[in-house]
Ligand binder design. Sequence first.
Ligand code: ARG
Length: 590
Amino acid sequence: MRQIVIDHISEYLQEFCRECGIEYSAPLVDVQRPPRSEMGDFSLASPMRLAKQLKKPPLEIAKSIAEKIRSGNKFFEKVETAPPGFVNFFLKNDTISDALGEVFGKTHECVKSHNPSTVVIDYSSVNIAKQMHVGHLRSTIIGDVLARVLEARGKTVIRQNHLGDWGLPIAMVLWKVSPVLREIEKSGKDASAELPLEKLEGYYRASAKECSESKSAAEEVHKILIKLQNGDSVLLADWKTITRLSMHEVYRMYKILDVKLYEENERGESFYRDMLAETVAKISESGKLVESQGAKCVFLSQFKTKDGDPLPIIVQKSDGGYNYDTFDLAALRYRIDLLHADRIIYVTDSRQALHFSQLFALGKELKWTERSGKEAILEHVTFGSVLGEDGKPLKTRSGENIKLSDLLQEAIDKAHSVVNEKNPDLSSEKKLAVAMSVGIGAVKYADLSQNRNNDYIFSFDRMLSLNGNTAPYLQYAHARVCSIFRKGSVIESQIPQKPLEMNETERLLALKILQLPEIVSLVETELRPHYLCTYLFELASTFAVFYDECPILTAATENQKLSRISLCKQVRDVISFGLSLLGIESPQEM
Ligand code: ARG
């Protein structure tokens, strides 16, 4: 709706500028949503921007613009002015219902932009031989939502799971696990049964501990790393086995979480192994490479240590090995030159902020972010931590990291008892399916509905509540419309495309429905899923008021009933589409 209003007003504003002899530009049409409905459905703040140029008080400008728009207008019911220089617009009911008619049955299409581009999203990016814990949850689900939203906007989205699979930790695991694999081979047993991820992680921990305590252990592991990176065939085969065993469990989690990451999205550090030498050589050609204590480094003047000394970006260690920075530099070239990325989004927690600002700065400095004269946009999407109800990082009672799989199972079990209580007549099969959608939806939504930069407190009770800004509340609003339609035997194809009449409550609901495209576009630019959550919550709350005040199946007249059913359908479609962008299901009943 906002875009329709902007398009409409801009014509008048262009004419106004022409008459005043000043230049018009699109950003001049500053259309806002007023804080209160008495101030109109939309307001124009442009007079304040024009005051200086026109040397006139903003209110006077507002009055002239209002006058111009008022004459012969069929779009607005009322056009008013308000100090210090706003023009306030009240839409006609017909304008609103026509706009509803335009989007009826086309929820997917109405959020598309006509500006194609390619976006690479680097998310989840788990480490091999380590279990996913709640920290990984954030990158995985925030990244997945960004991918879904950008896809809905019509972008070509390329998902990249930048696995941690080629650094020192993997050598630590190999050191312990290679001999175990030999034993398993000898016994003819099945490696996947003998070495679940939990066990692999145990070996990794034991090895890391030994390396930190014993120099000779560390040296041995280091030798393994060099041998692996030089392509030793036995180590490579074991590495591959460990990677697959490890990812097997990760994919089980993705499936439960309904996260769209598959084997074809894997571009681990190892993927770049043959590009690393070339990457360092390219930096050397640029003349920016400096040897410092045997390591190959780049010093960019804007990066300093706490003491003000130059802070290096190490691209090759003194022993010839490559590191996290080298992998990311190689990945940057790959993503821009081969994947043709116009925008690259990295989703990791805020502790990696320095790494990414160095990477982005060096990429720009080397002009690796440019392709056919266009500069790719690089963004680091950061997030805070997940805290327990005590406000400390989420841990089990005994102080260990909580396993993601346990946490999700608990959410499903808790949702199951809620469903049992609310809808005891549902078949046990349906109950289980609903518990799955509600439990997983609640966990994801609790995360997504927060501004991602904040830490948030993980509380099952709060996230599963049927009241408040939660997934179950939205799912419930959706299920309610489905149930009204079942009860009224509503035939979808017979629902009118727009309401035939609207009272004030219905009008507010209609305006909320029409806000969807604006919100999806905002999530695309700001990369913050909580805007979509807040919007869906406002929509569901507005719907709850409507549901209380406006009888639907028992409406006074047939026109009223049909109008309300039409609004209900749009609410249902927007909620289920919005939830699908959040990777959350919308059950028909619950
Ligand atoms: N595996 C890394 C970690 O767990 C995250 C990788 C993020 N992506 C990247 N291109 N560096 O910390």
